[in-house]
Design a protein around this ligand. Sequence first.
Ligand SMILES: NC(=O)c1ccc[n+]([C@@H]2O[C@H](COP(=O)([O-])OP(=O)(O)OC[C@H]3O[C@@H](n4cnc5c(N)ncnc54)[C@H](OP(=O)(O)O)[C@@H]3O)[C@@H](O)[C@H]2O)c1
Length: 258
Amino acid sequence: MPEKETPSPVILVTGAGKGIGRAVAEALAARARGRAASGTGPAAPGVKLLLAARTQSDLAALQAELQGDGVDCAIAAGDLAERPLQPVEACLERFGRIDALIHCAGVGRFKDFLEQTPEDLEFTVRTNITATFLLLQRAYAAMKAQTPGEGGMRGQIQVVTSIAADQPFPQSSTYCMSKYAQRGLLDVMKLYGRQDGIRILEVRPGATYTPMWGEMPPDQVVRMMTAEDIAQPMVDALWLSPRAALEHITLRPLHGDL
Ligand SMILES: NC(=O)c1ccc[n+]([C@@H]2O[C@H](COP(=O)([O-])OP(=O)(O)OC[C@H]3O[C@@H](n4cnc5c(N)ncnc54)[C@H](OP(=O)(O)O)[C@@H]3O)[C@@H](O)[C@H]2O)c1
């Protein structure tokens, strides 16, 4: 999306019901309402949002809030592990194009290596690896078929991996495995994206206090980042110069990992 003109981009956010994805949706809606969330980027009146997650009630509440503020916003509830292409299909059906995919949906089951069951492995792989691959492949194909905009850019894909995509953590064997796999996929996609004018950004957050963590002691919470801390640079990155590709961001708590 160019800096000077902002022609109603269509943006699909997965995992939009909670946590980082929800914060991304809120930050995008702020731009759609004409306010740059961080003050560093342009407002983008007219931006259209397709919000996806599993829980219908989360999405319906967010949609009501954003539509009440005049944001053009549709929702698609479903399990990516069952129907990985559904969010992209819903976006194309509703808006006819997809300018950016911000893939925040992800899962983790945190327990010792020897405690991880085949079901834990399957659960993690189906969402974080298989569904991610198929979702990104579908979005990329749709973007590649679009007429390029300024700078030859056809679309943008951002994926929230984790610092666990290049660093081991205890109790995280299935999670780390899946996040390393996401990083591998994105590194290959960058090779294609450079040819096709599709910007690929991998976002690696450290500890961020979201529903994924459940209840945490207050002395730990104060050391963690917020979902908004992650969402802000992601949204800002959408409006970088179309001549440049930011390919990787790592965000850590100021005082280091938990
Ligand atoms: N929080 C952290 O400290 C942290 C750090 C590094 C990386 N990350 C990564 O950041 C991403 C977002 O994490 P978060 O902390 O925001 O998690 P979260 O608070 O648990 O939110 C996850 C969102 O993704 C959706 N989702 C999960 N699995 C899905 C599936 N199979 N199909 C459709 N939607 C699905 C959830 O929908 P429902 O709630 O409806 O199931 C929810 O809206 C994940 O990939 C996570 O690994 C998080």
